[in-house]
Design a protein around this ligand. Structure first.
Ligand code: AMP
Length: 397
């Protein structure tokens, strides 16, 4: 459980409260295409408004690399947040982020007002955790609230540096919820505890696999990363995604699972095609595939095997799709796993952010899960057992 001070422990009446949110949302032609991160930030913002704080929101968006880029302005976020909150979120348009416009907007605030600063990554110092920009941000506020779980694995000015120069730094409701759910799942799970890992690469989840093997009862591996495991066991995997540098590691993990008494489930059949294309003719293969074929999804027997392993689970953590779910013809495996999770009763189901969160939401299973993390990279590092700099810095001071 979280041992940090939260917004429930402080009095913000009449105070200027700088809130680091994660408004790094996908935009297409200036329109927000997935607003889950905005919705997830509302409870904290509403509470601070209700308590009479003067709420100054900040976030990064994309990678402007230290320069103002109009297509990465947070202006559309201010507009949509105003609608979601039912009150104006004034956009402090300012290429310097904390420049004359932002300072004037902050100075003019009344209790319960909300403003949003421009994209913090318009400033090059942001990602270097530089002192000057950290101080500028802190100068706007009496109190700092970190509610940006999606950025918690990074040490930047707006979530780490700034905490040095404010008197009070606490976490918001979203950060608290993320840490409580992920922390309890990993450290104090109701058993059986099953983890499902998928996605493209073993290398990006190497530490997660290792850490979770110390904690789970069952580990399910699907997606592109399963072929490195398959090859390490001598199977022909054709032109499937593989990381030859990790064949020994895959073997080691299979051994570790045996030693720990963890059930490690790998695909027993695969949907293969000759091209990486939704329209490519496909077939289901058990065992070895032909040299010119690549695996793009788990097959029907594997879907049944994984669903069966999930049916008695009491805690499930899922990170990474089971196949190339972006192509409808290779999405069935990911859908089957999402469905199996959605059907669980009395189980805590936690979806790591990124692709698995998008898949679950897009497939319409979002409201059936206990918790969908807003942080892909951050939830992965959490599952690796690492301390996140953003969480550490939001100290009660
Ligand atoms: P990651 O970012 O590592 O979680 O990987 C997510 C990506 O893995 C998605 O874009 C999927 O399309 C991709 N993926 C999953 N299974 C496969 C596969 N069998 N072959 C190629 N890419 C895959």
């Amino acid at each position: 459980m979280l041992n940090k001070k939260t917004i429930d422990d402080i009095n913000v009446k009449g105070k200027r409260v700088l809130v680091r949110c994660d408004f790094n949302v996908p935009l297409q032609d200036g329109k927000i295409t997935d607003e889950n991160r905005l919705v997830a930030a509302l409870p904290t913002i509403k509470k601070l408004i209700a308590d009479g704080g003067r709420v100054i929101l900040c976030s990064h968006l994309g990678k402007p690399k230290g320069e103002p880029k109009p297509e990465l302005s947070l202006a559309p976020v201010a507009k949509r947040l105003s609608e979601l909150l039912g009150q104006e979120v004034k956009f402090a348009a300012d290429p310097e982020v904390v420049g004359p416009n932002a300072k004037a907007a902050a100075a003019a605030m009344k209790d319960g007002d909300v403003i949003l600063l421009e994209n913090t990554r318009y400033r090059a110092e942001e990602t270097k955790n530089g002192e000057a920009f950290s101080k500028e941000l802190a100068s706007l506020a009496d109190v700092f609230v970190d509610d940006a779980f999606g950025t918690a694995h990074r040490a930047h000015c707006s979530n780490v540096g700034v905490t040095k120069y404010v008197d009070t730094a606490v976490v918001g409701y979203l950060m608290q919820k993320e840490i409580d759910f992920l922390g309890n799942a990993v450290n104090n799970p109701k058993r059986p505890f099953v983890a499902i890992l998928g996605g493209s690469k073993v290398s990006s989840k190497i530490s997660v696999i290792n850490n979770l093997l110390d904690k789970v009862d069952t580990l399910i591996i699907g997606g592109g990363m399963a072929y490195t495991f398959a090859k390490s066991q001598g199977k022909e995997i054709g032109t499937s995604l593989v990381e030859d540098d990790y064949l020994d590691y895959a073997k080691e993990m299979v051994e570790k699972a045996k030693e720990k008494g963890v059930k490690l489930l790998l695909p027993v059949d695969t949907v293969v095609a000759k091209e990486f294309s939704n329209d490519a003719p496909s077939r289901v293969v058990e065992g070895s595939m032909n040299a010119d074929e690549m695996g793009l999804d788990i097959g029907p027997k594997t879907r049944a095997l994984f669903a069966d392993a999930l049916k008695d689970a009491k805690t499930v953590v899922w990170n990474g799709p089971m196949g190339v779910f972006e192509m409808p013809n290779f999405a069935a495996g990911t859908i089957a796993v999402a469905k199996a999770l959605a059907e669980l009763k009395d189980a805590v189901t936690i979806i790591g952010g990124g692709d698995s969160a998008a898949a679950v939401n897009n497939l319409g299973f979002g409201d059936k899960m206990t918790h969908i993390s807003t942080g892909g990279g951050a939830s992965l590092e959490f599952l690796e057992g690492k301390e996140l700099p953003g969480v550490v810095a939001a100290n009660d001071k």
